[in-house]
Write a protein that binds this ligand. Structure first.
Ligand code: PSU
Ligand code: MN
Length: 310
């Protein structure tokens, strides 16, 4: 345990001590990304998938102000049931800590907490990124997810299905390049678009092998570069949705969002839930399946990394 503000579950602490594979999992997708009861089922299935891959899952959240690494099943259930829980990015952590409050962590804050705890692999659904209205329109919002700058400074492997097409994917991809994040495609040449496999955007390198991901990570860490390795895992082919369909629903959702003056941290949950409703659950099923698949792949990466531990 680094300090009393961080609480590491005994199983996770033990695995870290023995240099076994550990995978960090975020909790905002439980509280704000998926509807009940899919959120609980997905969180538990993700943990199970990590275990099947021979690694130890560590779902991360803030509980009573403590950065908690490795939630129990009942803690996950409480999170999944609590509609009012705060969505917590890095900037919010000090406030929650001081107030001994609860919160669900985004990719940004989960990455940061995982890294402090000594965890080197994390899984999520999709990362936050540059929003479509960030630099355009009458009044650019400058809405860029804090996930991006944290990825630029945290040396962790993050397995995800790219970024959602609710974002400006091209700008998000460029941002990662500018800031030196290594973007790999697992069995794909394209940066996945969460709902879709094909975005027309390139990854830095395609890899078909877990062993090579581990080698690339070791090489990167040997340079002592700050910043992450992003492993883009395409969504399951049988559940992927046509880009045009997403685009149509997204246009409606964006108009509604402007009408309701949704902004800031509420933007991503709002758009996600609108798409889930509009696709009658198809987006939810896909979202859940890809999160679980990413957890399984991250587990394999973490287990392989542990085998090569010096
Ligand atoms: N991707 C998902 N579901 C989610 C999110 C991403 O499939 O719920 C969450 C993640 O926690 C991510 C956050 O870090 O949305 C980004 O929010 P924002 O755009 O406000 O930074
Ligand atoms: Mn934002």
């Amino acid at each position: 345990m680094r300090n009393s503000l961080t609480q590491i579950a005994p199983e996770v602490a033990n695995a870290l001590e023995k240099c076994q594979g550990v995978v960090a999992l975020e909790s905002t997708l439980i509280s704000h990304g998926l509807p009940w009861p899919t959120n609980l089922e997905t969180a538990l299935a993700s943990e199970e998938a990590v275990r099947k891959s021979k690694a130890v899952p560590a779902t991360i959240a803030v509980l009573k102000g403590r950065l908690t690494v490795g939630l129990s099943h009942s803690e996950i259930e409480a999170l999944a049931n609590n509609k009012d829980i705060a969505k917590v990015s890095v900037r919010d952590l000090p406030v929650l800590m001081a107030r001994r409050a609860d919160g669900a962590t985004t990719v940004a804050s989960t990455l940061m907490i995982a890294h402090r705890a000594g965890i080197r692999v994390m899984a999520t659904g999709g990362i936050g990124g540059v929003h479509r209205d960030a630099f355009s329109g009458d009044s650019p919002t400058l809405d860029i997810s804090a996930d991006l700058p944290v990825l630029a400074r945290t040396p962790v492997i993050l397995v995800c299905s790219g970024a959602k097409s609710i974002l400006d994917l091209r700008a998000t991809r460029e941002w990662l390049e500018t800031h030196g994040v290594t973007v790999l495609g697992f069995r794909t040449d394209e940066f996945p678009g969460f709902y879709t496999t094909h975005t027309g955007l390139r990854v830095d390198a395609r890899t078909n092998s877990i062993a090579e991901i581990v080698e690339i990570a070791r090489a990167r860490w040997s340079l002592e570069l700050e910043g992450a390795i992003l492993v883009g895992n395409p969504p399951p082919a049988d559940l992927a949705l046509p880009a045009e369909l997403i685009e149509t629903h997204l246009r409606e959702a964006t108009a509604q969002m402007e009408h309701e003056r949704v902004s800031g941290k509420d933007v991503t949950p709002f758009l996600l839930s609108r798409l889930q409703q509009a696709t009658e659950g198809k987006a939810t099923r896909l979202n859940s399946a890809l999160i679980i698949a990413n957890a399984a792949l991250a587990g394999e990466v973490a287990a392989a990394l542990a085998q090569h531990a010096e």
